[in-house]
Design a protein around this ligand. Sequence first.
Ligand code: GAP
Length: 431
Amino acid sequence: MTSLDEIVALCKRRGFIYPGSDIYGGITGFWDYGPMGVELKRNLKNEWWRTMVQSRRDVVGLDAAIIMNPDVWTASGHTKAFADPLVECKICNQRFRSDKPQELRAHEETHANKGEKVSWTEPKQFNLLTEVLLGVTEPKLTAYLRGEITQGVFVNFANVVASSRVKLPFGIAQIGKAFRNEITPGNFTFRSREFEQMELEFFVKPSDAEADKWFDYWMEERKKWYVSLGIKAENLKFRKHEDNERAHYARKAFDIEYNSPFGWSEFEGIHHRGDWDLSRHKLTYKDPQTNEEFTPWVIETSGGVDRATLFFLLEAYRKEEKRIVLGLHPKLAPMKVAVFPLVANKPELVDKAKTIYEELTKYFMVAWDERGNIGKRYLAQDEIGTPWCVTVDYATLEDDSVTVRDRDTTKQERVKVTELSGYFQKLLGIL
Ligand code: GAP
């Protein structure tokens, strides 16, 4: 299995992910996405949007503000219940989550190695909402960076119903940043203090049969989506939440977990939120046919963009005898194609390659490389997951065709320059 260290090293070396504020020594729980990472993450979000919004008549999109009236978080129950149990080591005062026994054991071991025996303080509930102070006069308004992107959807429920033609059952989808003052950020980007979520809130009639039907449907849809983009089914599993671990808003919850180097780990949750949120915000729905007024129930799919990105990287990474390959699904790959002139000191080859590069950039992200020998350029593209490399050589000047080399098979074929963009669009499934 790929180790997390290998991925962390590749991410820094190849411009996927850097530690946040790196030149100032970093800041725990924050990460910056580099030139490759930003493309990978954007491709992932675009695919999610295409599947969850663009290709469905029963889902619309939304982009709500990160900072909301603080009353939202009181009504939703987050100011009281959005908390993790915190304990402190009585020897070194380091703080941990008492619901993460593995992390407690690891800490106890570091002291045991020095002949010390840890005792812990009683667990205290530690609220994860991040406070911000707003305004120009004292006292400033205490607001919060949103702890889940979800509440923006609920407070706009009536706006969306009034301004679009949605009818139950329907969904509102959103992608955006969320913030949690995590007690123990760790495992690279897995537990961060700033992260992105991609969520669907799907509103249904308040009935057990309806809710169960949609819950099962969305569980399967979400798993299918990850598999369609390259995660092996055997590396995914569902885990049902026990009664004592469910979030305050959930009647029923399943995690989708990935078989990661640090154990099976959640990266998406499917939640039956019942009428918790809409009733807290005193919102109802009037059936346009019957005029009956009621509070819909909500089935939620809540995925982490950063966790999914990390797991797609782990899944794609493979070490072969002579190369490291990031076998990302072409739809997710940061660069779809790389274009090379065979040598950099032949202006005819460079000019022709530039023309091809410019033509292809009309359709997708394209890499350009003219350094060193072709073999090294292939290896560099393999490490960032570029599915196809195009080489312009002397034959190109004669027959207007190029060599296209496939990342996974390393096989090469000649393709006419005039057919090149259609050739890649077909391979990407967009033509
Ligand atoms: N609206 C429901 C909700 O926020 P959640 O299970 O708390 O549910 C959903 O979070 C997803 O958000 C998680 O499955 C995970 O992928 C991501 N997530 C949550 N906390 C995170 C953190 N500290 N760092 C990175 N991703 C996180």
